[in-house]
Structures are given as C-alpha cells and as structure tokens.
Design a protein around this ligand. Structure first.
Ligand code: GLY
Length: 552
C-alpha cells in the first residue's frame, strides 16, 4: 500500500464513521500564540474541546478527521534513527463531546487490523496506570480485552508515556492508550478529559473528547514492512541521501511554504538552523540541495498544493549565499579554538552564523561537552538584551550580558526592593548603569540616606542573597503585572505583553520580595550573586539620589 493510498484509506474510513474531513492547518498555529509550531492534529481544534466554538455550526458534526502537517523540534536529536522526524504528517480523528473510549479504541483496532491488515500478533497496546491526580484507565483495559487482547499485550504506563498535552501553555489534555506495531509506537489515542491551566492544575472538561494522532511515516513503515521510515515510498522516490538531510529538507520545504523565513527569532531561527545544517552538510557531501528540494516539492505537491517551488528556492538561495560567505571563515575560526563551551560556541554563531548543529557536526570532540540547553541559554540572554535595546523598554542600562554583569543586574532588583522597604514606596528607579565591575543606580528620594538606612538596605539585600531565592520570569499583560504590584516599564502600553521577573520563595503569590517588569537577563537564584556592598550614596539631581554598589 502506498502512502497516498494510506492517506485516502484513513480519511475514507473515518468519513464512513460520520467524521467531517478537515484540511490541514498551517504549520504556524493561528489560535495559540504560546507555541511556535503546529505539533499535533488537535491544535486547530482546541476551541472545540473547550466549547468555545461549535463544531456543528462550523462543519456539521461533532467528529472530524484530518491529515495534519506537523513540525516538532523535541525529537531533533533523534532524527536520523529509524523512526524520528522533525516534519511529519499526522493522521487524526477527533470527537468533541461525542463518542469516547469505546468507539475510539474499536475503530482504531479495526483500522489497523482490518483496513491495514496488520496481524494482531505484531501489536501491543499501552494504557494509563493512574497517579495521584488522574485515576487508572480501567475502562480502556476492558475495551482492549473485549477486542481479544490478552493481559500480556496490555502494558500500563505512567504520565511520561500515557498522558498527552496540552500543546502550549494550556489546553485540553488527558490519559492515552497507544498502539505499538513491531515495538514502534504508531497511534496515540488521547482521551481529553481535562483542561490544564498555565499553572499546570487540571480541571475536568465539561465535555469529554477524543484526539488521536498516528504518524503517517510510521504507519507506512509498518504496513510496507520496512525497517526504517526512510525506506518507505514517502522517501524512496527522493534522491538517496543522508537521513538528516532528507528530514530537514522536507521540513524546510513545508516551513517556507507556510510563510516562515530564516531569521534569528522564533520559527525563523529554527528554520535557519535546519537550512544551515543542510547547507553545511552539502559542502562535505556534494549533494545538489536545490534538486532535492525540487524533488520533494514535486512529490508532495499532489497532496499539498500550497508547496511553492519559487519561494522555496528563492529563500534557499538567499540564505545560502549569506551562509556561504560566513562559513569558510567560521570553520577556520572553529579550527583555531580549543574546547568549546556555550559562550565560545555562541560567539561563533554571532560572528559567523554557525548554528548549534553546524558547530556540533564540524567541531568533533572539541564540542563534546557542548549541549543545546546551555547554548540556548546563551542565545536567550543575548536576545533579551538586544530586544530590550531595540524596544527601549529596558532602563537597566546593562553594559553587556556577561555573567558578572548579570549578577549586578539581579542585585539591582534586590536593592530597589530593599530601598522601597527602608525608605517607602515613593522610591522609584530613575536610571541605572550596570557593568561587570559595579552597579550605579539612580532613584527618587528627597534627602540623603542615613548610615543606618544604608546599612539596612545592604543587610536586607545580603539576607535575600543568603536565602538563595529563585528568580522567575513570567510573561503577562502589563495590566496583570501592575495588578501584581510589579515596578518598572511605565512607558509600555496597558495591553502590551511584558516580562516580569520575581524574586522570592513563593514567586507566584503576591508575597515575592521583588517583582519588576524587565527585559532580563538575570541569574537563576540569588545565591549566585555574592556579597553586596554599597560604596557610595550621593545626590544625582534634584530629588534623585545615586548609589554605587559592588558585589564581592
Ligand atoms: N495529539 C496526539 C498526539 O500528538 O499524539
């Protein structure tokens, strides 16, 4: 059975069970700003699970089926093995307050064993075993048993494996039952019974739903009896090439066609990384990438008419010419450096556009200890500073984003909170200048501080450093930040989204020691700062005092 036949069989099957066929949504989610990409078929249906939108009114049924274009960065490190991809197609059927566990499981089993003719011998399933928050899914176990599965074919697993969602910060989610064929997970059947809020608490949904997701590539692999997804007909018509190249090139084609352009931000940054990895690999494998992209478009255009050869190639060429200029010099530089850590790797990105994967691919053992998490941290620090600079929202006046400077920055937040405790709420920040050596801070106060007041502020800051309090960042609307008593950023508009840094043992309640609207960056906890000392207190201008302080 070809992949094309699989797509058709799936949609036909669920249409015959009363589902409306809904086209794939874009890879860029329209109604969920908290996620960068569409990662699951259910994403476009989120408002139907919560009752915000009426499925009957919009597509005439409480059930839908789709083949959704998906992109996940979570599996990027596994790409190249037999079953992981960044871009993939997800077959899904969905119920919004309509059928539930019994039909969902029976139909899935019918599709796998009858339509796909996969022998039950090759299958096992998993169900949710229960935990303190969500009960064990006994009902699914019974349904599987009714279908003839024996106990040894029904595995019980916990949250990590058998609970799905939400996508983004919040949304529908619930326990799952999953079908494995030849040991590969092919179908995830989610019972959306809960709404998970941003604080991660679960509330039962008013109406229960079903959300299933089956990777087309994996289904094709088991139906076509192949050992890897790359041997299926979804890939074989394409030029024989490295798996990573193949995965990334497919993702590039779909992302560009859905409007993503390479940049150093959000979706654009992910696209740039995929593109540059492919471009760098090309230089060692002498592959004609343009041909590969064209073949992919040709192959997939039958099913995805939005694929646009002209824009894919022109975006590719432009990025390629930028990258080719930089890479030779960058690789020479890479040869010169010794062991690479996140800071030196990020410098290579900043100066020569060498992305994380390119550095990893080319640096060999030098980059053995370099990991994505530390690199991303460095990237984030940098982004926060440049964003703050360009939007001029940030009055912190940081000289750079070095570790020491950042310590001073967090110390400045502690000091402002301490000043307000010692001198009253009339104290407001009037300016700051922070370097790796010292902190200079101007604030409104009508008279000279007494030595006792200075000591009080110093002691309070040092007490909070000693308590090693966590520093937490949350994004919210300015009005929410104000309602929480956050200081700073008076020039922002009321309905603007801002970042709020809180320092305190319970940063989520109103009792945080410090809470400021700020672009960052900050240390993760106050214990990193060191000893705080005020070395000077003087007048800056009428009604404004200036403190110079150091940390040791
Ligand atoms: N929404 C189900 C899945 O992505 O597996």
């Amino acid at each position: 059975m070809t992949a094309n036949e699989l797509r058709k069989k799936y949609l036909d099957f669920f249409q015959s069970k009363g589902h409306t066929i809904i086209p794939s949504a874009s890879l860029i989610p329209e109604n969920d700003p908290t996620v960068l990409f569409t990662t699951a078929g259910m994403q476009q249906f989120k408002p139907y699970y919560t009752g915000e939108k009426d499925p009957i009114k919009n597509f005439g049924a409480r059930r839908a089926t789709s083949i959704q274009k998906c992109f996940r960065t979570s599996d990027i490190d596994s790409v190249g093995d037999e079953s992981h991809l960044t871009f993939f197609e997800m077959l899904g059927n969905f119920s919004f307050g309509d059928y539930f566990k019994e039909d969902a499981i029976k139909w899935a089993w019918e599709f796998i064993t009858k339509e796909m003719k996969i022998s039950p011998e090759r299958c096992f399933v998993s169900v949710f075993e229960g935990d303190p928050a969500v009960p064990e899914d006994k009902e699914s176990v019974e349904i599987w048993k009714d279908l003839g599965l024996t106990d040894d074919k029904i595995k019980k697993c916990g949250r990590k494996d058998n609970f799905w969602g939400p996508t983004g910060d919040e949304g529908p989610c619930g326990p799952t039952t999953e079908i494995y064929v030849d040991g590969i997970e092919v179908w995830n059947i989610v019972f959306n019974e809960y709404y998970c809020s941003a604080d991660k608490s679960l509330e039962p949904l008013e109406q229960k739903g079903v959300d299933t997701g089956m990777g087309l590539e994996r289904l094709a692999m088991v139906v076509q009896n192949k050992k890897t997804i790359f041997e299926t007909d979804l890939f074989t018509p394409l030029i024989e090439t490295n798996r990573i190249m193949l995965d990334h090139s497919r993702a590039i084609v779909f992302l560009i066609s859905d409007g993503v352009r390479p940049s150093n931000k959000e979706q654009g940054y992910i696209l740039r990384r995929l593109m540059r990895r492919v471009m760098a690999k090309k230089s060692v494998e002498s592959i004609n990438i343009e041909n590969l992209l064209k073949r992919i478009i040709e192959e997939y255009k039958k099913f995805y008419p939005e694929l646009n050869e002209e824009s894919v190639l022109s975006v590719f060429r432009e990025e390629n010419s930028k990258f080719q200029k930089a890479i030779r010099q960058g690789l020479r530089e890479l040869e010169k450096v010794g062991k690479l850590d996140a800071v030196s790797a990020f410098k290579l990105f900043e100066s020569y556009g060498l992305t994380f994967e390119v550095i990893k691919d080319f640096a060999g053992t030098k980059a053995a200890s370099l990991n994505q998490k530390d690199f991303d941290k460095e990237f984030k620090k940098h982004q926060e500073i440049s964003r703050a600079g360009s939007e001029q929202k940030f009055k912190g006046g940081l000289a750079d984003a070095s570790e020491r400077t950042i310590k001073y920055h967090t110390a400045a937040h502690l000091m402002l909170a301490a000043l307000r405790q010692a001198l009253g709420d009339g104290v407001a920040q009037k300016g700051a200048n922070i370097t790796a050596e010292r902190l200079r801070f101007d604030f409104s106060y009508p008279e000279k501080m007494t030595p006792e007041q200075i000591k009080q502020v110093e002691d309070l800051v040092n007490e909070k450093i000693k308590e090693n309090l966590p520093v937490k960042m949350e994004e919210m609307f300015l009005k929410e930040a104000k309602a929480l008593g956050a200081t700073g950023a008076f020039e922002s508009k009321y309905d603007e989204r801002v970042k709020v840094y809180s320092i305190g043992s319970s940063t989520s309640s109103a009792s945080a020691f410090s809470r400021e609207i700020c672009g960052g960056p900050h240390v993760n906890s106050t214990g990193e700062i060191g000893r705080f000392k005020i070395i000077k207190e003087e007048s800056s201008s009428a009604g404004v005092r200036r403190i110079k302080a150091i940390v040791e």
